[in-house]
Design a protein around this ligand. Structure first.
Ligand SMILES: N[C@@H](CCC(=O)N[C@@H](CS)C(=O)NCC(=O)O)C(=O)O
Length: 411
């Protein structure tokens, strides 16, 4: 899963330098072999090769390796620079308004829903199996938004170099009949602002994003972090009809639980053993169509280095999030926390007859691991299947599409 693929690059570059070192060792070893060949040649009395030609030959080979190592180093450095130096396209006139249109990329997929009358031209930048991206897709699909998908290469990140936002998912949204282009960052903010947009007949998106100001701060490890204020809050012009305050607070509580707790049980489970980690990456490669979108070396790099790295990182995450020794137990336990609340509610979904944002969040992040052993085990050891299948059906059928259909072009 790509949730921690951001860490791949350091492994990748470390791997690169290991490669260079091997090459150097190889050339030194070659020199030693040269000497032993010399000794051997002396005993059989065949004409000994001229030491000077051996030295010259050795030198040439050494130089060849040296040049190779240098070229590899330069290539690695070039990738490193590309990854670490974004071509910033900062917002202007508002934190989410782009100064200029981003470069255009061929979408890996186009989702066209005929009932969508919002007029918004939405592009989702994502990793196919990142849980946060899956959460946004579950939301967009359920409400029947039309959108294009740009699959980001997690190693080179070519598709996101134009922005200084370092994560996925984010949306680029062209507002109809204007030249305003928004960049909506963070899965939770994206969902809150779009839901607020659907709930308010009079509101427009550029106004709504102002309710989600960002705060930049440096954490204790010296890393720059962005906090989006109000990201769990929906903006209502007036009290929403048909919803109680308790219902709204409960939805918010579960959405937060998904981000703070539930999502953290996924990685240690999916990468529990090296075998599972490889299986997971092979599945990510398949559903993300990596063969089509990445060069072969990039795909293999992400799969092999990624699987090993994530196996190790998974152990770290297990400690950090204080999961049980058998991480499956934590997965089942947290899932049961959700299922118990659902049972208590006694309705088809946490939202009642229709899913609400907490249903979509739990479902969305689970789809990120759907093809992994961990999810099969979850189905065998909990009662997640009936709710999960109900969710799948309503999401695929755009069960909430009346909202995007009623919106008209009020963006
Ligand atoms: N709070 C963010 C978290 C997003 C996140 O951590 N995304 C990961 C991928 S799943 C990421 O982009 N990491 C940085 C990277 O891969 O370079 C959200 O909800 O959107």
């Amino acid at each position: 899963m790509s949730v921690y693929v951001k860490r791949l690059f350091p492994y990748f570059s470390r791997n690169g330098s290991v490669l260079c070192r091997n090459i150097k060792v190889g050339s030194e070893r070659y020199g030693l072999e040269g000497q032993s060949v010399l000794r051997c040649a002396a005993t059989v009395k065949s004409p000994p090769p001229k030491p000077s030609s051996w030295r010259r030959y050795g030198k040439l080979v050494g130089m060849g390796f040296g040049v190779g190592a240098l070229a590899t180093g330069v290539y690695m450095y070039d990738i490193y620079k590309r990854v670490t130096t974004p071509i910033a396209n900062p917002s202007e006139g508002g934190e989410y308004v782009l100064r200029e249109a981003p470069p255009s990329f061929t979408p890996s997929r186009r989702i066209q829903v005929p009932t969508d009358t919002t007029g918004l031209k939405i592009t989702l930048f994502q990793y196919q199996t990142c849980p946060f991206c899956c959460k946004v897709r579950a939301f967009l699909d359920y409400f029947g938004f039309s959108y294009d998908v740009i699959e980001v290469n997690s190693v080179t990140r070519t598709q996101t170099r134009w922005t200084d936002y370092r994560k996925v998912p984010f949306l680029v949204v062209q507002i109809p009949n204007t030249d305003v282009i928004l960049q909506l960052k963070d899965s939770t903010m994206i969902i809150s602002v779009l839901q607020s947009f659907l709930d308010n007949n009079t509101s427009n998106l550029p106004d709504l994003v102002k309710c989600y100001p960002t705060m930049v701060y440096t954490d204790e490890e010296g890393e720059k972090r962005i906090e989006i204020m109000n990201r769990y809050f929906l903006m209502y012009g007036q009290h929403p009809s048909g919803r109680t305050k308790e219902d709204i607070v409960e939805e918010r509580k579960w959405r937060k639980w998904v981000d703070d707790v539930f999502v953290h049980v996924l990685s240690p489970n999916v990468y529990r053993t090296t075998k599972e980690a490889f299986q997971a990456f092979e599945w990510f490669s398949k559903v993300g169509d990596w063969e089509e979108h990445f060069a072969t070396w990039e795909r293999l790099l992400v799969v092999y280095v990624g699987a090993v790295a994530m196996f190790l990182i998974g152990k770290n995450l297990k400690r950090r999030h204080q999961l049980k020794d058998d991480v499956r137990c934590s997965f089942y336990e947290e899932t049961n926390v959700w299922l118990k609340a659902l049972k208590k509610k006694g309705t088809k979904f946490m939202g009642g007859d229709q899913p609400n944002l907490s249903d979509l969040a739990v479902y969305g992040i689970l789809t990120a691991v759907e093809g992994c052993d961990a999810f099969q085990d979850l189905k065998n050891n909990t009662k997640i299947t009936p709710w999960f299948e109900r969710m799948k059906e309503v999401v695929i059928q755009h069960g909430g599409a009346t909202s995007t259909g009623e919106k008209g072009s009020a963006a």
